[in-house]
Design a protein around this ligand. Sequence first.
Ligand code: 5GP
Ligand code: MG
Length: 173
Amino acid sequence: MENLEILYSSQKIQERLEQLANQLDEDYKGKTITVLCVMRGACFFAVELTLKMKTDIRYEFIEISSYGNNTSSSGSVTLRTNIRDSIKGKDVLIVEDIVDTGRSMTYLLEHLKQYEPNSIKICVLADKKERREFEVPIDYVAFDIPNRFVVGFGFDAGEKYRNLPYIAALKED
Ligand code: 5GP
Ligand code: MG
């Protein structure tokens, strides 16, 4: 597609996810993880990552929204769908597509506190450090990415492009 510039090929993503999966297996040895997948963007990452893991995993899903259909942040975060089961006393691994300004993750951490998990760690597919406005304690990062709007492997532009097997930057024109 001529308006896309591939940043990470499908093979590159799979290789990096394999490394991350091994690291997570090592760090959570003997434990059960509650993977909290942040819809919708992170679903692809959460599935592909955890299929490579051996650790005992339970899944929770939450949907928050900050971007709407634009390619720039709207400035407010809303909760669309909350978690289903109790995470009290659980070791929660938040799996998110990207931390950009850090606004969404800050909101999510604050929201989850009330449920009293035993631990919370953060695993993101992409870290857009340059754009950070809110400090976020990220534990696992697949890729540090430049300040470009990306699509593919779960990332959308107005719900389009999510199912591309690679991560690409959208060329503006
Ligand atoms: P933050 O709250 O950290 O500013 O933004 C996080 C959310 O903005 C992400 O969960 C994602 O939905 C959206 N976002 C930020 N950067 C990008 C990007 O480059 N591409 C896409 N598709 N979404 C992005
Ligand atoms: Mg998101």
